[in-house]
Write a protein that binds this ligand. Sequence first.
Ligand SMILES: [Zn+2]
Length: 138
Amino acid sequence: MIHYTLSCDSQHRFDGWFKNAEAFDQQVEKGIVTCPVCSSIKVEKALMAPAIARASETMSVAAPDPAQVRAFMRAMREKVMAEADYVGPRFAEEARKIHYNEAEQRGIYGEATRDEVTSLVDEGIEFLPLPAIPDEHN
Ligand SMILES: [Zn+2]
């Protein structure tokens, strides 16, 4: 069985059940299908409002587990702190000396101002920002 919502030429809507699509066409041709309201035989399948597919706003993105990110940052900090010399606010100065072979080649870490960081980048001196760990305030 197949169900159609039907509409006559006066826009009356009604439901009809048919054996199959072919049977519907045949019955309409023969004038067997009539409107229950006005008995019109000019019946056709009602145009159904198209289903509007809601545009999906979702995107496939991966959010790393914050705990994993913190663990990674902590490990990186610990490695740097264990292996590098702490130079405090003289970081830019020391990094520059090392870069220009005016100081011993070694890992250092410390603090730098935004301007210092900018000039280090300009001079092509390699360094990495030491990540702040969100749940640590030391
Ligand atoms: Zn009708």
